[in-house]
Design a protein around this ligand. Structure first.
Ligand code: NAP
Length: 469
């Protein structure tokens, strides 16, 4: 079994704690590795290294930083297969989804930012003022387990491009992706201290890092609950916050929409990655007059496209939940759905045997006030909700504390875009529009603050100074 150290100041180092925690393969329930359970002394060492590296990294200018980051990008491309293998093993995402989604997301998003950054104005002039944009200093990157490699990439690329240095605290369920990231940074020869990884629990490492006096920016992706706590934690020292939080997004099927396309897009977001996707389209809104036809399309789609099995197989679409705890959370939500009067069309149970598997599940006769329509389940659970008019559907779409993503499918593209503009979320897909790696990603309302990806993402990591000369 492998035992991994922290990566601090360009070195692999033991934790001051001398303690370790297990990493479990959720399909086999076997311990596949151990990582250090770091403590405050480890965080201090990482922040000190990142702080020491900051002035030179910040002042070297974008073209010099870009040369380093191009080498990191080359390493990411070189290690694509190992990244995919790691995601299959520690997260349980299917091999196909790991290879065709997780890894390309990282490669394409980093490529897009590096391609666009040369045209970005770090220096501008307004009247007699020189406007200089530069890094904040040390960025604490606290990441979740659901896209364990790309959530790091989405923070590290813009943070480093902007001139900051980083300390990454990965999720405890999936820390090996972060260790692999550090290996790439090491082989790419990033200057010492620019990129650091400290593993350990959120309550210890994450909490201390987020409140650290030498960390001016916290970039957090995770649950709204933890994000809210960090917001409070950051207030005494007025830290800048980037918060990428939860969601409860809709697929709105307009009257006369292509039902198969609407169902496929929504269902795939709750089947791939086992529905552990912040932007998953977990509420399918359909016209009352077309309800029965939708249910037939759903049954047919699930019968042919929801193969559950070992994530290691290319034939599998739905693997295990990331952890026993996550499996139990999903099953509790399914029980709440039943208790509040929703009907099960498909699934609804745990799958007996080894691994943390939950059946792909579809609830019908869901109303938007039910818990399963309001709270983020983060599992392979779809809720079908009827509406009478398009105005009512838009109200239902917006009747949630979240505002992350959404989708509209309709027979007329322009009409669908008009509806998309009324949905109060940071992203909306119209008629299965593709996602650009340079388009901003982030949420309205309790889904967060700030944007990731492309040059909008870089902006969030920049301080702005006006020099009147
Ligand atoms: P989480 O429980 O909030 O944890 C996220 C990270 O925060 C982990 O590294 C965790 O460490 C750490 N953490 C936990 N408690 C902390 C504390 N008190 N102080 C500082 N750090 C702490 O979220 P998750 O279960 O990993 O991820 C799922 C959530 O992420 C969902 O809500 C999903 O919607 C959201 N998400 C949002 C986006 C987006 O872009 N908007 C993208 C992906 C995921 P431990 O692992 O050690 O607990």
């Amino acid at each position: 079994m492998k035992i991994y150290q922290n990566y601090i100041n360009g070195e692999w180092v033991d934790s001051a704690s001398g303690e370790f925690s297990d990493v479990i393969n959720p399909a086999t329930e076997e311990v596949i590795a151990q990582v250090t359970s770091s403590n405050e002394a480890d965080v201090d060492a990482a922040v000190e290294a990142a702080n020491a590296a900051f002035p030179e990294w910040n002042e070297m200018g974008i073209e010099a930083r870009k040369l380093h980051l191009e080498r990191l990008y080359d390493k990411m491309v070189e290690y694509q297969q190992e990244i995919a293998n790691t995601i299959v093993e520690e997260l349980g995402a299917s091999r196909t989804f790991s290879e065709k989604a997780h890894v390309p997301l990282s490669v394409n998003e980093m490529r897009a930012t590096l391609d666009d950054i040369s045209d970005f104005k770090f220096i501008d002039q307004i009247d007699n003022a020189i406007i200089q944009k530069e890094g904040f200093g040390v960025v604490a990157c606290i990441t979740p387990w659901n896209y364990p490699f790309n959530q790091i990439q989405r923070k590290v690329t813009p943070a480093l491009v902007a001139g900051n240095t980083v300390v990454v605290k990965p999720a405890s369920d999936t820390p090996i992706s972060a260790i692999l990231y550090a290996k790439l940074a090491d082989e790419a020869g990033l200057p010492k201290g620019v990129f650091n990884v400290v593993t350990g629990s959120g309550g210890t490492v994450g909490d201390y890092l987020a409140g650290h006096k030498d960390v001016p920016l916290i970039s957090f992706t995770g649950s709204t609950e933890v994000g809210r706590g960090l917001y409070e934690k950051a207030s005494p020292t007025i830290k800048k916050m980037i918060l990428e939080l939860g969601g409860k997004s809709v697929m709105l099927g307009l009257p006369g929409a292509d039902k198969f396309k609407a169902v496929k897009q929504a269902a795939d977001t709750v089947l791939n990655n086992q529905g552990q996707t912040c932007a998953a389209l977990t509420r399918l809104l359909v016209p009352e007059s077309e309800y029965d036809e939708y249910l037939e399309v759903i049954k047919d789609y699930y019968a042919n496209n929801a193969a559950v099995g070992s994530p290691d197989s290319h034939d599998t679409k739905v693997g295990p939940m990331v952890s026993k705890r996550q499996m139990e959370t999903v099953l509790e939500y399914i029980e709440k759905g039943k208790a509040e009067g929703a009907e099960l069309l498909i699934g609804g149970n745990a799958i007996e045997g080894t691994g943390y598997y939950v059946e792909p599940t579809v609830f019908v006769d869901v109303t938007n006030d039910m818990t399963i329509a309001q709270e983020e389940i983060f599992g392979p659970v779809l809720s079908v909700i009827k509406y009478k008019t398009v105005e009512e559907a838009i109200d239902i779409a917006n009747d949630t504390p979240f505002g992350l993503s959404g989708a509209v499918t309709g027979p007329d593209r322009n009409e669908a875009i008009k509806v998309a503009k009324k949905i109060r979320t940071g992203n909306v897909y119209v008629n299965q529009g593709a996602r650009s790696p340079r388009a901003p990603f982030g949420g309205y309302k309790e889904s967060g603050l700030g944007r990731e990806n492309g040059l909008y993402g870089v902006e969030d990591y920049l301080e702005i100074k006006a020099i009147m000369a």
